[in-house]
Design a binder for this molecule. Structure first.
Ligand SMILES: C[S@@+](CC[C@H](N)C(=O)[O-])C[C@H]1O[C@@H](n2cnc3c(N)ncnc32)[C@H](O)[C@@H]1O
Length: 245
């Protein structure tokens, strides 16, 4: 049996807020904590509507995210087969949606949404496909019925919310039981801190995010790695397959 002080220390460790490394903390953008969500959301919309948003697809290409995301779905490490109603969250320039159109079943229906109207337009142009439904919406207030989707792809959007719960609970609501989600998000490490600086977003601690998901009935089925390098450097952030219980 553990001695009392040791037990207390272990319990404290499990519930204690993880501390960021000092340098990461200095680099990380803090806007998200400084203003109201409405003000922050306006800023995010402006950033993505503007020239920085126009460069998003090029940035994803140069960072290797497009090629690596393609591999993840092509090799069926996240398997889209069998999904009928797919939701792509914060589609941006359609980086993930493009892979979904390529690897999902022919009769699957893809819905893409984004906070930024300009990003939505860019995605439509880039995808060159009439089949996805595009709409402008906020992840914290989804205009979809409960259990409307059996598959969700959510790439690098959650970091634009001050509290993951507000977005994840909406996703849990629109997912039917047994539905799966590919979730990618910025981690609280060195590369995540720089991503945060450039894209005005926050970062997530892996264990904290795991617990938030678990509390919402979103079970982490498996952690996915783009490549060996990604696993070693954790540069692509958190990448997991989640199943709604
Ligand atoms: C870094 S891009 C990700 C694009 C793409 N999903 C990917 O994986 O590469 C983030 C996108 O999320 C959108 N976004 C940010 N906050 C959002 C919110 N609350 N609701 C919906 N979309 C949001 C932005 O407009 C932007 O297009």
């Amino acid at each position: 049996m553990l001695k009392k002080p040791l037990l207390r220390r272990r319990q404290k460790k499990q519930t204690a807020k993880p501390r960021k490394k000092v340098f990461n903390n200095i680099v990380e953008n803090k806007l998200i904590n400084r203003v109201s969500y409405e003000k922050y959301r306006e800023k995010v919309r402006d950033v993505y509507d503007g020239p920085q948003g126009a460069l998003l697809a090029t940035c994803s290409l140069l960072s290797g995210h497009i090629a690596l995301g393609d591999r993840l779905l092509r090799e069926r490490r996240f398997d889209l087969r069998g999904a009928r109603q797919i939701l792509d969250v914060g589609s941006g320039a359609g980086q993930i949606a493009k892979h979904v159109l390529k690897y999902a079943d022919r009769d699957a229906r893809l819905t893409c949404f984004d906070l930024s109207l300009e990003m939505m337009r860019r995605a439509r142009t880039r995808l060159k496909s009439a089949s996805p439904r595009h709409l402008v919406a906020d992840l914290t207030r989804l205009p979809f019925a409960d259990g409307a989707f059996d598959c969700v792809t959510c790439g690098y959007v959650l970091e634009h919310l001050p509290d993951a719960r507000s977005g994840l609970s909406e996703l849990a609501r629109v997912m039917r039981p047994g539905a799966k989600m590919l979730l990618l998000t910025t981690e609280d490490n060195f590369s995540g801190a720089w991503t945060s600086r450039f894209w005005f977003c926050r970062t997530y601690n892996r264990q904290e995010l795991f617990r938030t998901c678990r509390d919402l009935g979103l079970a982490w089925n498996k952690e996915l790695w783009f490549s060996r390098m990604h696993k070693m450097l954790r540069a692509g952030g958190i990448c997991v397959e989640i199943v709604k219980e």
